[in-house]
Every structure is written in C-alpha cells, then in structure tokens.
Write a protein that binds this ligand. Structure first.
Ligand SMILES: C[S@@+](CC[C@H](N)C(=O)[O-])C[C@H]1O[C@@H](n2cnc3c(N)ncnc32)[C@H](O)[C@@H]1O
Length: 206
C-alpha cells in the first residue's frame, strides 16, 4: 500500500494530528509529570534564574511541573501539533514551548541549561540516530548542570521494531563520553500504562 500523501511522515505528528485533541488517545499522555521528574523537581533547589530544557515534551506535563517548581523552562517537540496542543492545554503557562528537532537544535542551546529533562524521546529516535540524540541532549547541559534520562532499557541484541526502540545500557552510558559522569540510577520506575522506565541522572562538572 502506498503512503497517504495527506498524512505527515513523522509517526508522532501523525498520531497527535489524528486524535483530534483527545489526550486519552495519546498512549503516553497523562495528567501529571513522570514520577522521576516529579521527584527531581520536588527535591532540587532552583538557583536564581536557572533554566531547564524539556526534550520531546509531548503534551507538556513534565515541562509544567518544572515551571511550577520555579525553573525557567523551554520545552520543545518536533511535532507542531503537540506544541500547539501544549499552548492550548496550559493557557496561563510560563513555559516557552517551541517546535524544534533534537537532531538539529538551535545553536543558542549550547551548554545553556542547568537542568535537561529527557523522558522517552531518545527511545523514539531511530536507533541509527540515537547517539546523535544523546550528543545533542548532552550538548544542552551547562557546566554544573544535570540531565535526567528516563527510558525503557533493553538487553543488547537484535534491535526491536519501533517506535519505541528501548535503549541499551550502552546507549544510556554514552552520556559519559560527552563529559557527563553518571550520578544516580533508579531502576524500574513504574509509569502506567506503558510499563517501567529506568531513570538516570548525569551531571556536567563545573
Ligand atoms: C513517546 S513520546 C514522549 C513524550 C513526552 N516526553 C512524555 O513522556 O509524555 C516521544 C516524543 O518525542 C518527540 N520526538 C521524536 N523525535 C523527536 C526529535 N527528533 N526532536 C524532538 N522531538 C522528537 C515526539 O514528537 C513525541 O512527542
């Protein structure tokens, strides 16, 4: 069957555009932040003026939680429909929602953020590009800044059909090759309805 020329190529944009604003039909959408994001922003003091970046923000739950905790938040997604949806969903938001591609980020994001939150976006990138994605996430972290990565982890071996393409330990550990030592790993955090994530924190030394 040939693809419908009226539908976007990006499977995420296609899904967001096809559900007519019904968040119940977006499998990863919820009304609250990821538990690892809630735990981190609930316990981390926010330095004055500190900036956070939320990668592949989807429908904005994690971005809103970070903004509520006091971070100056930029949140982006490649899907224009998702970004428009966030703005409509949170009309009084303080988050700067943008359309952007993690694999081609704006130059001004270089080492610009004290906190970078990545929930299930790296595993949404085709495996051939995942290390470029890791490099781009790492690149956004300022000296002294932290990145939180939440993803499903799979054993080494054959690459599953995706999306999602759960990450290998090696994919996650690639942050260390970008100058970000690991500071914490939390196994098997539940996030209904999509199963269990591993949450890993890395920090760029000052
Ligand atoms: C599984 S969803 C997770 C959304 C959100 N982080 C959450 O946990 O609810 C993956 C998101 O990544 C976005 N995405 C995929 N590839 C991307 C890219 N290259 N740049 C920016 N966003 C991307 C998709 O549009 C989608 O919103």
């Amino acid at each position: 069957m040939s693809p419908d020329p009226d539908l976007p190529d990006d499977p995420f944009e296609r899904l967001y555009a096809s559900v007519a604003g019904d968040a119940r039909r977006v499998p990863w959408a919820r009304s609250e932040p990821h538990p690892a994001v809630a735990a981190l922003v609930g316990t981390t003091p926010v330095p004055p003026g500190a900036r956070a970046l939320v990668v592949g923000c989807g429908l904005g739950e994690d971005a809103e939680a970070a903004a509520e905790a006091g971070w100056r938040v930029t949140a982006f997604d490649r899907s224009p429909t998702a970004v428009e949806w966030c703005r409509r969903r949170f009309p009084a938001t303080r988050v700067d929602y943008r359309v952007a591609d993690l694999l081609d980020p704006p130059g001004e994001w270089h080492h610009a953020f004290d906190l970078v939150i990545e929930v299930r976006t790296l595993q949404s990138i085709p495996p051939a590009s995942v290390h470029a994605g890791v490099a781009a996430v790492a690149e956004a972290v300022a000296p002294g800044g932290t990145v939180l990565v939440c993803a499903r982890i799979r054993p080494d071996g054959p690459v599953p059909d995706g999306p999602p393409w759960p990450l290998t330990r090696g994919d996650v550990d690639a942050f260390t090759t970008h100058g970000l030592p690991r500071v914490r790993l939390t196994q098997a955090l539940a996030r209904a309805p999509l199963g269990r994530d591993t949450a890993v924190l890395f920090r760029r030394p000052r």
